[in-house]
Structure formats: structure tokens, C-alpha cells
Write a protein that binds this ligand. Structure first.
Ligand code: 2HG
Ligand code: ZN
Length: 462
């Protein structure tokens, strides 16, 4: 109790929420409502110095600290344990854009900035911050970096890691590392910021970052294609990459079941085509001129692809409202799946060279071993990343199914965790698929930076 009072004092008035109070559930339950934790306190520090002071206190007392941003994670990485002894360290009050450096194409933002706010700050300067995903209206920069978030533009701009030039981090012992580097070149010793990107808050707390900006894609072309399945999507990706080159920004795949589920459960979306098809792809290209965005190339390309039967139907969005409808269908899939319920979710990645074979092979054994299962896979096929979500028939063993999926992914040279991370959800798989040497190295790093195991205990590694 005295500890909690000390943390409350550090964060000041308006800087905490009672862990036992009515408002706590928004922080102690993950957005999938899969993990239900309890927290002694939700601390909301207002500065890196306050974050550091909280960590110093918790380190001295052995109190577990669970960093949290928008609480939009998919693997339970920001949910405390059920015991109630840990505190949540919520970064939401640290939401200042410190600087947009137009000449240098960078933005410096605090961890609690909502992703959309960083995008808007870039846009006001006539530039683009390309990290983009369905949760951008509520997820925060600190969480996006701590999970090395991906999203819909990785294909062109990379993951959160590739977009980060500098980092400010509070360490478990209460020191703040100022690495707010704005340089694109600075080979000066170990690039330590990389240790904290994707570490899911287990090594320290990201408090601010310097992020890369790009020329804005003022002209965009968006189209929606119908096709036979995932194999066709992979082949099609090659055609689009060849035709549009660097202007290709997004290439999103959806099985027909995903789209049907959205049209059934999400109000205000329209089916862009008159018929239903086994699968779809949403393509977006962008540039600073209509010609560079492929404006003239696209109609001819689609006509050729129809002719060659590589696509079954297609429509190019005529204006922003139509493009917004296409994006709404794609981005509402997780919500539609949540509404329907009963999906076993996998966030996998494969080399593009084996992805089609993986899908074909999986279909075969699913039909044989899990008759009645309905696959609703979708995702960032241009990155080789599939959200391989499946509704199993009642009574089917979900654990056995997942094991089989991961074995198949592994056999095809893929990863059991593409962009959502390990959190609490995939600790077993981490141990199964990483080598003993890799795990030992991770443990050494953890013990060095967090010897008292206060940083997000029970996540990633036990
Ligand atoms: C997306 O791409 C997210 O929409 C969520 O990564 C994926 O719900 C999912 O499986
Ligand atoms: Zn995704």
C-alpha cells in the first residue's frame, strides 16, 4: 500500500487510476477479451523522468510493471497477470509531438501519441508517416514500436523498426537513455535501440522516438480484385510489382469468407462487386503525380489480367468514397470476426515462394482432419504475412489444430509470429521454434537489462 502511495505521488494528481475501481477493466482486459488480468494501480506518468522514477521504485521493491499504450495488442502483451500485484504503466499522458523536422524528414513523438495523430502531424507538413493499420485511431507509438508493428504499408516502407531512427528509453533501474538520433547514417557502436523495438516492454520502456517521414502520396489508386484463392494472389502480386514497381503501397488479401462476414455484420459497407468470389485482393498504389501512381497503367493491366484469367473480376475506385468503402471492408475484418466469434487465430509469415503451396497443402489436411472447418484467412500477402484464422467445427481440438498449422508453417520455412508478437499467447511456440542458442542469448540480454525481472514479467520469456 505504501508502495502504491509512492507511485501515485510520483505521477501526481490525474496521473493514476485505481486498479480495483470501475474504470480499471479498460486497462486490465485485452481488446480481444482473451486475457483478463488485475492491477494494483494504473500509473500514468506525464514525463520520461516520472516513468524513470516509477521504474526505480518498482525495481527496488520487486514490483512487476506492465507498459501499456492503446491496449490494442493481439497477444496479451499489455495485460497484467491475474494476481493483482503488478502495476500497469500507461503512457497515454505522454502524447506530445516534440518536433516535425520538415527539412530532415523526421518527426519526434512521445510514446503516448496516438498513431493517427502522428500521421496527421506529418500530413500538416505535407509529408507522410507511413505506419498504418486498422487500430491507428487508438494504438500508440510506444506500443507500435515495442511490438515492431507492421500493418498495411510494410510492403513499401517496412515495419515500425525500419521507420525508427532514434529512441528514448527508460531502463528498469530508473536511468533514461537518450538516443533521439535524427541521422540516417551513424555507425557508432551497437545500435542498442533495436533491442527495445519488438521487445514488448520486457527490457525497458520506450518513452519517445524519432521517426522517418516520406513524400506524401498525394495521388493514390485503389482497386479491388476477385480471384480464385491465395495461390492466385501470390502470382498476381508479381504482376503488380512488375507493373507498378516502387509505387505499389498495399497488397491485401482476403478469403471470401472474411468479406462475407463483414458484409453480414458491419453496417455501412457495400459489396464492390455484384457477385461473391472465393478471394479478393485490395491494391493501392501512390505517388506525387497521377501518372507515377500508375493511373494510366492500371486499366490496361486489369484488362490484361482478366484476359489471362488471373483475376475473375475487378473494379477501380472512382474517388475517395469508393476507396474508403474498400478499405473499410478490409479493416473491419477483425471486428467482424470478433462479432461472429469462435475463430482460432494465427499470425504467420512465409516466403512468397512457398506461400501458395502452404495454402494448398493446409486446405488439403484441414478438409481431411477437420471436416467442417471454415478458413477465413486474410492479410498482408505482399509481405508474406497471413492472418490464418479458422472456425473449427464444435468439439475440434483447437490446440492440436494450431500445432498442426505451425508445423506446416515451419516446414514451409515460415514463422509462427509475423507481426503481433509473442506476449502471453505464443511463449510455448517461441521455445519450440527458436534454437537453444537464440533463447540463451535473449535470456542473457533480459538478465543484463532487467536483473530483478520487473519489466513486463511473464511476457515473451518466463
Ligand atoms: C489486421 O491485419 C490485424 O487487420 C488483425 O493485424 C489481424 O485479427 C487479426 O487476425
Ligand atoms: Zn495484420
Amino acid at each position: 500500500m505504501a508502495d502504491i502511495q509512492t507511485i501515485k505521488r510520483i505521477c501526481g494528481d490525474g496521473g493514476w487510476v485505481d486498479g480495483g475501481g470501475a474504470g480499471a477493466a479498460a486497462f486490465t482486459v485485452d481488446q480481444r477479451e482473451k486475457f483478463h488480468g488485475r492491477a494494483a494501480l494504473i500509473a500514468m506518468p506525464g514525463s520520461a523522468a516520472e516513468v524513470a522514477a516509477v521504474l526505480r521504485h518498482c525495481n527496488a521493491r520487486g514490483i512487476g510493471v506492465v507498459p501499456q499504450g492503446g491496449n490494442t495488442g493481439m497477444a496479451g502483451g499489455a495485460t497484467p497477470s491475474a494476481g493483482g500485484g503488478q502495476i500497469i504503466l500507461h503512457l497515454g499522458r505522454m502524447n506530445r509531438i516534440r518536433e516535425v523536422d520538415r527539412a530532415n524528414f523526421t518527426v519526434s513523438a512521445e510514446a503516448g501519441c496516438v498513431l493517427a495523430a502522428v500521421q496527421e502531424a506529418a500530413q500538416r507538413a505535407g509529408l507522410l508517416f507511413p505506419l498504418a493499420m486498422g487500430s491507428q485511431g487508438s494504438c500508440m507509438i510506444g506500443g507500435a514500436l515495442s511490438t515492431n508493428a507492421g500493418g498495411v504499408r510494410v510492403l513499401r516502407y517496412g515495419n515500425a523498426r525500419e521507420l525508427t531512427l532514434g529512441l528514448e528509453v527508460a531502463l528498469a533501474d530508473g536511468r533514461v537513455l537518450d538516443g533521439m538520433n535524427k541521422l540516417r547514417k551513424s555507425n557508432s557502436g551497437y545500435d542498442w535501440k533495436q533491442w527495445f523495438i519488438g521487445a514488448e516492454g520486457t527490457l525497458g520502456v520506450v518513452t519517445a522516438a524519432v521517426l522517418r517521414l516520406f513524400p506524401d502520396e498525394t495521388h493514390a489508386r485503389t482497386c479491388w480484385l476477385a480471384l480464385g484463392g491465395a495461390g492466385d494472389a501470390v502470382r498476381l502480386f508479381g504482376d503488380f510489382r512488375d507493373a507498378l514497381g516502387g509505387a505499389l503501397s498495399c497488397f491485401e488479401f482476403m478469403e471470401g469468407e472474411c468479406v462475407a462476414q463483414v458484409l453480414r455484420t458491419i453496417p455501412g459497407v457495400r459489396n464492390p462487386l455484384v457477385k461473391n468470389y472465393p478471394a479478393y485482393v485490395l491494391v493501392q498504389s501512390g505517388a506525387q503525380s497521377a501518372a507515377a501512381a500508375g493511373g494510366e497503367i492500371l486499366p490496361a493491366l486489369l484488362a490484361r489480367l482478366l484476359d489471362e484469367k488471373k483475376i475473375l473480376d475487378a473494379t477501380i475506385a472512382a474517388g475517395e468514397a469508393q476507396a474508403a468503402n474498400l478499405w473499410k471492408i478490409r479493416e473491419a475484418i477483425p471486428e467482424a470476426e470478433k462479432k461472429r466469434g469462435g475463430y482460432v487465430k494465427h499470425d504467420i509469415s512465409l516466403p512468397l515462394s512457398t506461400l501458395a503451396d502452404f495454402m494448398a497443402e493446409s486446405r488439403r489436411w484441414i478438409a481431411q482432419d477437420f471436416p467442417g472447418a471454415v478458413t477465413a484467412a486474410f492479410g498482408h500477402v505482399g509481405d508474406g504475412n497471413l492472418h490464418f484464422n479458422v472456425r473449427l467445427p464444435s468439439g475440434a481440438d483447437a490446440g492440436a489444430f494450431t500445432e498442426k498449422v505451425y508445423a506446416e508453417v515451419h516446414a514451409h520455412g515460415g514463422s509462427f509470429s509475423a507481426e503481433h508478437g509473442i506476449g502471453q499467447l505464443r511463449k510455448k511456440e517461441l521455445l519450440a521454434f527458436k534454437s537453444a542458442g537464440e533463447i540463451a542469448l535473449m535470456r542473457r540480454l533480459k538478465e543484463t537489462l532487467d536483473p530483478n525481472n520487473i519489466m513486463n514479467p511473464g511476457k515473451v520469456l518466463d
